[in-house]
Write a protein that binds this ligand. Sequence first.
Ligand code: ATP
Ligand code: ZN
Length: 225
Amino acid sequence: MLDKSRLRIAMQKSGRLSKESQKLLEQCGIKINLQQQQLLAFAENMTIDIMRVRDDDIPGLIMDGVVDLGIIGENVLEEALLTRQSQGDNPCYVTLRRLDFGDCRLSMALPMDKPWNGPKCLQGKRIATSYPHLLKQYLDKLGINFKSCLLNGSVEVAPRAGLADAICDLVSTGATLEANGLREVEVIYRSKACLIQRSGNLSKTKQSLIDKLMIRIQGVIQARE
Ligand code: ATP
Ligand code: ZN
């Protein structure tokens, strides 16, 4: 049975944030055995449980108050926030701090042979993305109408496959874009991993554990700068 008195931290199970998330928690002195394929791992030396899930599930787990802390990319968090808001919800969470990993940018990219002279080129175009709300927020501000094509993977093949005129996707080096005959033309959102907490009061014990962790995280990040 899950013990609710233990602090629950959600992190990505496997992917671009998982190694760094695990390293950060370990450097804060949390002894965890994450070797097993289990959803839950228990800290041996602190009253902490680690929940390992898909990154997309982390904002919801925090907003629904199911876990106390989460490590998540701001891109995924912001998209989840906008999605819930568009459904009429008023999701709440607290950002404790930005972390020093998970850097990436959400960018517009076009086929190499297509001209670009600013975002107005996107007027009326179909854009493939996994981040429809972040894209809409950006283009709405510029007064540009577009059609979206929601893809949760292989976004970069959409123009070649004739599914879209342009894409809006995460980029770190740009190599994937280039390999698909695309060029990055505009950054619409810069992201890093961040540590978030569910809203609402936590028990005194949990809150003082978080306070202790925050001091350690500060120290760990400062030492790596
Ligand atoms: P999951 O199986 O957990 O859903 P995923 O495939 O959605 O994983 P990853 O590719 O592991 O996600 O990326 C997780 C997060 O890592 C991204 O949302 C982003 O915040 C960050 N990230 C950093 N660099 C990149 C990059 N080059 N491409 C994609 N994401 C990146
Ligand atoms: Zn994901």
